[in-house]
Design a protein around this ligand. Sequence first.
Ligand code: HEM
Length: 469
Amino acid sequence: MERPRTIRKVTPPVTLVAPPPIPRAAGSLPVLGHAVQLMRDNLGFIASLRARYGPLVEIRLQPGIRTLVVQDPDLIRTMLTDLGPSLDKGRFFEKMGQLLGDSVVTASGRPHVHRRRRLQPAFARPEIARYVAVMRRRTDTAVDRWRPGRRLDVHRAMADLSLDMLVRTVFSGSLDDEAFRRVRENLSTVMRGVGLRVVLPDWAERLPLPHNRRFEAARAAVRTTVTRAVADLEATGHDTGDMLSLMLRSPDEETGRPLTGDQIASEILTLAVAGTETTASVLSWALYELARHPDAEARLLAELRQALGERPVAFEDLPRLAYLRRVVDEVLRLHHTGWLVTRRTVTETSLGPWTVPAGTELAYCQHALHRDPALFPHPLRFDPDRWLDSAQPSPSHAFLPFGAGKHKCVGDRFAVTEVMTALATIVRRVRLEPPRGRPVRPVAQATVRPRSLVMTVRRRAAPPVRPAA
Ligand code: HEM
């Protein structure tokens, strides 16, 4: 007799799909980790990871400490925004802290909130509007010195101009530019040193090598110059109403006591580094790309002619200069200055489907992200029109020129305003001839900049621009 068939309902076992293991990038050595590849070509190495690995890949900068390079744009946003408040700043900022001391860029948590609040008034919209005329005049003064036919070290000229614009706006009343000029002289040595210290194991810093000695001497010189300038102003008791006076007047929100000279020097140095290394590179690359793309330069000149006629650019003009804005965005994409922005987990942390332990370094590379062909078609092509609303697909979700979340650049509006103002002023007065031969290569120190950019100055033919009053 056939047994009656019983039908049993079977509930499938609940299986949680484990995320794939995080790969380690090939070529890591026992003590040096990936230092050899990074020393040889840091930008190239980090960029190569995007093509070879998925959303997360591990590299070794330091024995025993994992650094996860976050490559997926959504995960990067999660790291910066949702996880932002619970993460420390990580290795890059720790090394910057050797120069800057304790400041808004190295701080996290509540101390960061206090420090950031202190800086924000200098970057509010009404202040920026006031700065434009100063930025334009400083640019005119710089261009006055460029003799036609002369070969100009464009990056150096833009570094001087960026510093000049910052000193005459945010620090208008108190810091004399001689102090800042002395800072500049030593800054490139220190920035090179910071870039190197990010990629080398910590023990290499303690070796009695010439580059370590140069770094220490330059760091000491920079800090002494700024600390002395702060002490001088404090001694006069003069309130100039600028950022430095504001810091001298406002108490430390954490302790209620006045800020020490050392604390103020750290914040000033931070603005000098964050606000000039970046802008100088963006301006340099913009002039380079315009020189290499006469059609783009002609469109820009036509826009400026139509919007301004012969008068100099003013704050109110900037929103109407749509092509100029697209040129700036395209330079921020193609030549971003950030190559390894870091964070560090303080507790076990979920990042997408992965769980990473406390003490893990997280990092992302804007330069490589903005050149990913899956996100930005023909990424090496300089194409300001990719930012037109009609351009498909819109690449903006992976575009992070000023970061995101609570550490988003405090000077973003200032930076875009000064770059637009300077470009609108320079291109109407002079034409810069691009260097002959091979394209200019980027080099990553603490930030990414042109390795060497020398262009020949030519006077722009008609129509002349009436010099700014
Ligand atoms: C085009 C030029 C600039 C670029 C591309 C740029 C980019 C950035 C980025 C990506 C960050 C976020 C870093 C992070 O996620 O930890 C940042 C932070 C910062 N930037 Fe800028 N920046 C520029 C200009 C400026 C200027 C002109 C200033 C000030 C004068 C400035 C001051 C700062 C400061 C103080 C921070 C730290 C903010 C915080 O942690 O709360 N930057 N910048």
